[in-house]
Design a binder for this molecule. Structure first.
Ligand code: NAD
Ligand code: UDP
Length: 340
């Protein structure tokens, strides 16, 4: 049985991945400081899987505490989700973002080196493709023309990991570039429910659906896309979680850096998401057109063929499934919603 350390395992994507790992008989050790998650998630992971796992409440910036985890477990590989992820906040608080994401990763890498662990899967993002690449994005396209500090932390960490693999052929790293994860576990026990006013489309839509927010602002209706609204590659978080298990399975084959897009390969516009959500939930989503959001691109989606070829993974859930499961999760969180 392989032992996988999951940093940020209480978060949105991390929790779904822990479920998938446990259901595939991996032993899981979670490290999280709950800066953007809560301890109840751990109970939910246990309720879904009926499996035990280790947990450490630990900040990656606290290297002494982190070293305890490495001393107490024999770790085969790490899936590294822990990081701050709000684009707008990263523009306002760049030092905090660089410190948490980059220094946190460096502490983790130093501990790996000290304890002889040399396999890691990293949560990167389609944001590393920047503004100048044609769509669909392919893994061999140039990266680094990022437009905000959050994106730059991802590009920097990708570079650090590639440098490490170049200097030490024993190391094996996978950089997984996620597109737009939405949806939730079909049990409705884990999902995404950010505090405050959401920045991302699906959490915003679900808050409109529950009546917490009056209407959705659709940022831009004059893009050169099918209906003028922005197009993204939305992917079900459970598909993404399964992609991580596939990544871990082939992580031990050989050393070096491998890069994979995790997306569906299909773009959907904002209005298509709204319409699909309305169909799945039966709840109307009032919206109004608002100016374009600064820094947004008109349209991007993945070329997801490399992951299919090399990891034997492809997304299975549809946009309708994603909307249904996001809504199911939110209804379970807030029982008195308009949809019940
Ligand atoms: P999330 O915020 O739900 O999960 C991140 C987890 O990491 C949280 O539980 C948080 O408490 C923890 N964390 C943050 N900093 C930490 C630190 N210093 N020490 C210990 N724990 C810490 O985010 P998510 O959506 O699950 O994203 C997971 C990863 O995937 C992140 O690295 C994110 O940047 C990346 N990613 C996310 C998306 C997305 O749209 N959700 C897209 C591309 C990439
Ligand atoms: N969007 C929107 N209204 C919102 C939030 C997002 O119209 O309240 C649009 C945004 O302009 C983009 C798409 O929805 O075209 C996805 O945005 P999100 O923030 O979810 O992800 P991003 O692709 O920006 O990381």
């Amino acid at each position: 049985m392989k032992h996988i350390l999951v940093t940020g395992g209480a978060g949105f994507i991390g929790s779904h991945t822990c479920v998938e790992l446990l259901q595939n008989d991996y032993s899981v050790i979670i490290v999280d400081n709950f800066i953007n998650s809560s301890p109840e998630v751990l109970d939910s992971i246990h309720r879904i899987t009926k499996k035990d796992f280790a947990f450490y409440q630990c900040d990656l910036l606290d290297e002494d505490n982190l070293s305890r985890v490495f001393q107490e477990h024999s770790i085969d590989a790490i899936i590294h989700f822990a990081g701050l992820k709000a684009v707008g906040e990263s523009v306002r608080q760049p030092i905090r973002y660089y410190f948490n994401n980059v220094s946190g990763t460096l502490n983790l890498l130093r501990q790996m080196e000290q304890h002889g662990v040399n396999r890691l899967v990293f949560s990167s993002s389609a944001t590393v493709y920047g503004e100048n690449n044609p769509i669909p994005y392919r893994e061999d396209m140039p990266t680094g023309q990022t437009t905000n500090p959050y994106g730059t932390t991802k590009a920097m960490i990708e570079q650090i990991l590639q440098d490490q693999c170049k200097c030490n052929s024993q190391w094996g790293v996978m950089l997984l570039r996620y597109f737009n994860p939405i949806g939730a576990h079909p049990s409705g026990l884990i999902g995404e429910n950010p505090n405050g006013i959401p920045n991302n489309l699906m959490p915003y839509i679900t808050q409109v659906a529950t009546g917490k927010l009056p209407y959705l602002n659709v940022f831009g209706n004059d893009y050169s896309t099918s209906d003028g609204t922005g197009v993204r590659d939305y992917i079900h978080v459970c598909d993404l979680a399964r992609g991580h298990v596939k990544a871990v399975e082939s992580l031990f084959d050989e050393g070096g850096t491998k890069i994979y897009n995790l997306g569906t390969g299909r773009g959907s516009s904002v209005l298509e998401v709204v319409k699909t959500f309305e169909q799945q939930s039966g709840v109307p989503i009032p919206y109004q057109f608002a100016p374009r959001r600064a820094g947004d691109l008109a349209e991007y989606y993945a070329d997801a063929s490399k992951a299919e070829r090399e990891l034997n993974w492809q997304a299975e859930y549809s946009l309708a499934d994603m909307c249904r499961d996001s809504w199911n999760f939110i209804q379970k969180q807030t029982p008195n919603t308009t949809g019940e």
